[in-house]
Design a protein around this ligand. Structure first.
Ligand code: GLP
Length: 241
């Protein structure tokens, strides 16, 4: 496990973007697994900046996003589809047909998840999976106690996650209660992983995830089992390591 501890936000964003940039330069048709949340936003800006400067080409890159709220149409400002277009896809030369996102408005959500899992396999799997982490150690929307064997499917969000994510909505009541998420096994199958966490409020769970027992109680602890993982933390998130 390669752990990078950034001294400030700019360093954090650049270190994370550098891992993605190296992957795309090594394999221009890389399959990237992407994450949402406030943590990767600066990294996405940095990638867009690299594209603008002609340093990166996304024309052959394929992406799969980790998760999506059930019930939010793709055009909803809090949907992860909207987030990804706003923060990255609309700023780079990725082809729309190479962008894969679970559809929160799908009439058959379970079928949507099964199709997604098949699509990932059909392109040969994910080369590099970007992961943030929830306050309770969740990956994607895989809440504590999710079996490590899970594949892409439907999940119920915990009250803590609903509350944490309510900061992006008008009220807690507006936060969807269910989501679709790549499974733990789907995530672990990625050939390499970029795990990014910042902020002191996640310091304790970072220590549990990276140094504690590997247990479904802390979903991110499963990352200790992955042979090719780069971790980018800021000093606050790394303080109990
Ligand atoms: C959501 C997403 C996760 C993300 C987490 C942390 O719950 N489903 O994929 O890692 O939020 O978000 P943030 O980076 O805003 O703390």
């Amino acid at each position: 496990m390669n752990i990078i501890i950034a001294r400030n936000k700019a360093e954090f964003d650049k270190a994370a973007a550098a891992v993605i940039s190296r992957q795309i330069k090594k394999k221009p048709d890389s399959v990237l697994g992407l994450a949402t949340g406030s943590t990767p936003m600066g990294m996405y800006s940095e990638l867009a900046r690299m594209y603008e400067k002609g340093e990166l080409d996304f024309s052959k890159v394929i992406t799969f996003n980790l998760d999506e709220y059930i019930g939010l149409h793709r055009s909803h400002p809090q949907s992860y589809c909207y987030f990804m277009h706003e923060n990255l896809f609309d700023k780079i030369n990725i082809k729309e047909e190479n962008v894969n996102l679970l559809d929160g408005g799908a009439s058959d959500s379970q079928g949507e998840c099964e199709e997604y899992e098949k699509k990932i396999k059909a392109v040969g799997g994910i080369d590099l999976q970007v992961l943030g982490m929830g306050h309770n150690g969740h990956l994607g929307f895989n809440e504590p106690k999710t079996p490590f064997e899970s594949i892409t499917g439907l999940v119920d969000l915990t009250p803590g996650t609903i509350k944490a994510n309510s900061r992006f909505f008008e009220s807690v009541a507006e936060v969807p209660r269910r989501a679709m998420s790549m499974g733990m096994k789907t995530i672990l199958h990625a050939k390499s992983i970029l795990f990014i966490v910042s902020g002191s409020e996640k310091a304790e769970v970072v220590a549990k995830a990276l140094k504690g027992p590997v247990t479904p109680e802390i979903p991110a602890s499963v990352l200790q089992l992955h042979p090719f993982i780069t971790v980018v933390l800021d000093e606050e998130a790394a303080k109990y390591l």
